[in-house]
Design a protein around this ligand. Sequence first.
Ligand SMILES: *Cc1c(COP(=O)(O)O)cnc(C)c1O
Length: 362
Amino acid sequence: MSTSTKLKIHNFSAGPCILPEEVLHKAAGSMIDFEGSGLSIIEMSHRSKPFEAVMANARSLVKELLGAPEHYEVVFLGGGASLGFHLVPMNYMRNGGKAAYANTGEWAGRAIKESVLVGETTVVATSEDKNFSYIPKGFDIPTDVDYFHFTSNNTIFGTQYKAFPRSSAPMICDMSSDIFSRPVNVADFALIYAGAQKNMGPAGATMYLMDPEKLGKTGRKLSPILNLQNHASKDSMYNTPPVYAVYVTMLTLEWLKRLGGVAEIEKRNAEKASLLYSTIDKLPVFQGTTAVEDRSAMNPTFVMKDTALEPVFDALWKEAGISGIRGHRSVGGYRASMYNALPLESVKVLVDVMEEFAKKNG
Ligand SMILES: *Cc1c(COP(=O)(O)O)cnc(C)c1O
């Protein structure tokens, strides 16, 4: 299939968001005819040999790309990362036990709300005092909690842990918006989970990468559908998995592997981030909104000093084929999300527009 049919849009959407163009073409073809079978990928049984191979490949690519320990398990479930917020305390907090959380923004806050419903929850660090514009550091995590939960990248406010906290309690991390963007030491985590729709594939699947030895210790009776141990023991096929989302995730992970894996994509992401942030800092009409040392490589946020000029800027970037850089409705300003699949070329287009705007309106 031709790869020149897609309109040239520079897609800075925060999620769902840009995926590699070659992945979209392959996925589109498989929607009609999966590898010459005559069946669409979404028309065949999840228990069929071809789909079992897709699931096995997706699960093993997750572990391979992140260098996960051999015994770790991967499952793909529906329900979004938001279901994960509930599964975490249900599967990791002992009956009568407690958990520690860091609050670095909207998603971290929602995870905390779910934990509060299940048991004793301590917020050990928060950046709410400055509207989540920085990452708290140097905080203590109690040793007697069942786990410590944090959010590696704050998608809405644009901050990111550059160094992860250390904890003697098992660590659990929502990596929805920066999974596969950089290397992580998986062995440090009891569980890493992430919605697919920000660096992996379409909405509809959430990936859980976990140490099975940390499961089944809560003393809580769990419904099988909420039980991560159950899903892991059934190779993510306890019930019908989100087949298309898992398939496209597999294609995206194959793409990432061909490219050189997370070490290579980290370099490319750093180059994109440095180009955009240096432009924000250089041009007096714009201002970054977060602490410089905590700036997210995935979701740079900035505002215009004179907000009356926003319509002028908006017309310029729209004309250049840029899409999705308006800030989250709760924050305003601008957010130029730069996930793995966004090419440097798109960032250059945005930077040119910002320069042109500054020249005329500075
Ligand atoms: C988008 C996002 C979520 C929410 O994911 P859903 O799949 O919509 O439930 C959770 N956490 C983070 C960090 C996110 O960026």
